[in-house]
Design a protein around this ligand. Sequence first.
Ligand SMILES: NC(=O)c1ccc[n+]([C@@H]2O[C@H](COP(=O)([O-])OP(=O)(O)OC[C@H]3O[C@@H](n4cnc5c(N)ncnc54)[C@H](O)[C@@H]3O)[C@@H](O)[C@H]2O)c1
Length: 512
Amino acid sequence: MTHIFLYGPPGSGKSTVGRALAGNLHLPFIDIDRVIEEQAGLSIPQIMDNLGESGFRNLESATLKGLKYQADSVIALGGGALVHGGNRSLVEGSGPVIVLTAELSTLLARLENDPLERPLLSGDVRTSLSSLLDARREHYQTFPLSLPVDGMTPVEVALHAQFLLGRFHLSVMGGCDVLVKHGGLDGLGEILRAHGARNPIIVTDENVAKFHVDPARSAMRASGFNPGVLTIPAGEAGKNLHTVTQLWHGFLKAGLDRNDTVIALGGGVVGDLAGFAASTFMRGIQWLAVPTTLLAMVDASLGGKTGFDLPEGKNLIGSFHSPTLVLEDQRVLGTLPEREFISGLAEVVKHGIISDPHLFMLCASGMSLVRERQDEIIKRAMAVKIEILEADPYEKGLRAVLNLGHTVGHAVELVSGYTLTHGESVAIGMVAETKYASRMGLAEAGLADRVSATLAGLGLPVDIPGVTPRKEIVRAMQGDKKRHARAVQFALPVGIGKVQLVDVTDLDSVLE
Ligand SMILES: NC(=O)c1ccc[n+]([C@@H]2O[C@H](COP(=O)([O-])OP(=O)(O)OC[C@H]3O[C@@H](n4cnc5c(N)ncnc54)[C@H](O)[C@@H]3O)[C@@H](O)[C@H]2O)c1
């Protein structure tokens, strides 16, 4: 981990965005100008008066040098901090720099309401700001990461900064850093070291093992680990107590103790099983998720739900036990079968429907745009889930909206004998549940058609296969754990970006 620096002209929002970003990532926030003021016992204008700009820059350089003694932080830099001397290489050696950029009009509007006195903008603010921007334009353009902030709130800018950085954090269930990095698997060993892992063991399935175990192992060996590997059968059919028991025995055989770490390298099935085995082994040991399917990246690896299926229904036994770290390397998706990638898109569309209309719109544009904007789509879908988890980690209320499509979906998946994938079943479930919401008068006009067309456009099924016995689906829904007394709770879409929780007793009417 490293510091994160925000840089850019006065009024671009470095301090406000920095505070929001630091809050989201659970990191300390440092405003370099305020540190300089505190250390000098003088305000910036007073320092400028007494020492001139070069004196101020010397203090600034000294403060930046001191950052190496600070814990990883989000740091707002002065607007010209990196123009001078060795400051730039010093800062770039300690972490990424994001330049916040804005139109002159945006900056002026913000500075008008800003009580802070800025000595470099004395006199007519428009003229001095305009010439300051002219002088620094080229300099700002030389930084690889920049973020235009016009028209965005600080909260939105902070989220976009997270998209650029590929960094998220879940503060609930003991805290979990989420890193999205192309090629990130190569750094797994270093990450494990930074997390204080000892004697890690990899849990994977037979398909993932073919492609990704050797690279993961070499990355870990390069950092001095010698990980064991437990390979379980691929697919939902093996998501049962028998496999969990095999994992427990494997952990014992590998000599794992309470301080050791399980690494789940695989899709949602591996994550759910390895996470559950870790949550129960010796009353709970830590685990890290390295998701290898799209579905696990945007959904299953986030939020600490672990468990396995019973013959009566999916995920009926489980626990909340969050990984301490999720490492997402989209490079691994290169080996994922097309059907599984498409399957994961069902959960992406679901997150769009729940609270991100822009994400839904991207998905509605079809597969070629989805492929082109894959990175953005994955991060947006993750952000939806993370926001909900922060508000309701243990599904006391809001988190249940994530079950959109799952009440019918889980039942269809079970009754199909798992010939349908989880994502395909959720797609069918979302369409059925949206149609039901329309018939109840909850959903806005045309919503079911929009949802159905979007899913079908991505190659997902939208109808319950004709051969599936309807009675068995109803029975499976009755066994679903989202049951409240005699009613089953549904998360029903009202519009794109809005879902409502509704208790339903008459399940036959849903399937009609
Ligand atoms: N815990 C949660 O919050 C949560 C949320 C959503 C879904 N889930 C669970 O996740 C499961 C579905 O997850 P899934 O769709 O990832 O299924 P999965 O884990 O079965 O993976 C799908 C298939 O892809 C293969 N595979 C995985 N990564 C690969 C790669 N990179 N290259 C080649 N093959 C690869 C797997 O071997 C498997 O055959 C379900 O059991 C569902 O209940 C859990």
